[in-house]
Design a binder for this molecule. Sequence first.
Ligand code: XMP
Length: 512
Amino acid sequence: SVLIVDFGSQVTQLIARRVREAGVYCEIVPFQSAEEGFKRLQPRAVILSGSPASTVDEGSPRAPQIIFDSGLPVFGICYGQQTMCMQLGGKVESGHHREFGRAFLDVDKDCPLFEGLWSKGSRHQVWMSHGDRVTALPDGFEVVATSSNAPYAFIADEKRNYYGVQFHPEVVHTPDGAKLIGNFIHNIAGIKGDWSMSAYRQKAVEQIRQQVGDKRVICALSGGVDSSVAALLIHEAVGDQLTCILVDHGLMRKDEAASVVAMFREHYNLHLLHVDASDRFIGELEGVSDPETKRKIIGRLFIETFEEEAKKLGGADFLGQGTLYPDVIESVSFTGGPSVTIKSHHNVGGLPERMNMQLVEPLRELFKDEVRALGKELGLRDSFIGRHPFPGPGLAIRCPGGITREKLDILREADAIYLDEIHKAGLYDAIWQAFAVLLPVQTVGVMGDGRTYEFVCALRAVTSVDGMTADFYHYDMEFLGRAATRIINEVRGINRVVYDVTSKPPGTIEWE
Ligand code: XMP
């Protein structure tokens, strides 16, 4: 495996992505606990990340000495290169030549990291983002490539297998970056690329069996990819010791709950309890308009309902969850202080303590696309694996203003037509998330010879990589016209349709 020491760069997770893509297992550890991480993981190579900090500042973070004492190959990226140089006897200066964005690298020497990739005299695009730079190399190092503003852009100590780069090989704007990282792992560190989803599946199944023994597990199944894959994996490991509970809050999409239930029961023969709690949820939500209040009510009712059902089943020792790696990585913070809550996401947090259960989280080591690959491996249908994300609070947060049953029904119909049109146009996979929103605004229209006074429906579609930032999707007008006409013709209660052209930031993806 590979240990990635995180000094707080925005893109540290991308380093892990590139290492995994090279078929090698890796973990990210914050620099503060890098020594423990190193001892625990016993890696065969180390990568040092970038950082918003400056190595010349007093008290700025360092890599633990154990890494350099171990004799293992080390690859330092940006700040990682600078701290490695300082720790090994070189010099770094705060830069007057700041470099941001695209730069070109001239290869001055052959280097084992360039094998099959770059040769002496060639020039390559890389992505720079740094203020400081190395100004004197430690003994044993030499420069193998330079850029106009970074004379030490790429340095190597071939004897000790130490490599350092000023640029960011982990980002896509460095087109050969993934291959450089692959060369470091395969050729320099000699690690085989045999981390695959089928190997992961076997290992995870073993681990779940060991952890659970002959005890019982319960899972909350929402029909989302993460909870579905986690449930299938646990089911494969312990079969009927697993019971899944689908808390149907009546805020799902049209036919959604029924299709999830059918698939898991029939196709996978999984113990699945479908709890129709829609009256309870909608009863409490009736008339509530404040977004955070809606979210809190839904979160609380979800936990209460789940807990009651679990008790009826006689309880369980374990709670299965589809927690992913990005939720597990401790983030390195230099700003201190808590960040502002934009929205309170709802999950089953707090339940394990309340019910005295231990967690089974078989996806803790995986990124989202790895979970999808694992789902494929477990036979989940493509239509399921490629599904757009759907928020826990469901349609309640797509119905701004006071909630009523009638409004939810109108929204559910409009949303189904919109998605149907997206599927028909073959656009579903090009869009990251699409949905309809029912506005609490009535406008005047004319249909046939009559006046109408009905609700406005807003359509939303975004492209995104991780939901953290997003762009609105650029439909052609024909498509929007078609979807709008159908919605107005087929859904009673809507007489006007608008399209949301807000990106994130400044908007969020959901309206509440
Ligand atoms: P926002 O609206 O914050 O949404 O830009 C980013 C992504 O998160 C989803 N989302 C949620 N998912 N529970 C969830 O499981 C929630 O409470 C929740 N709120 C938003 C949203 O659909 C989008 O994919």
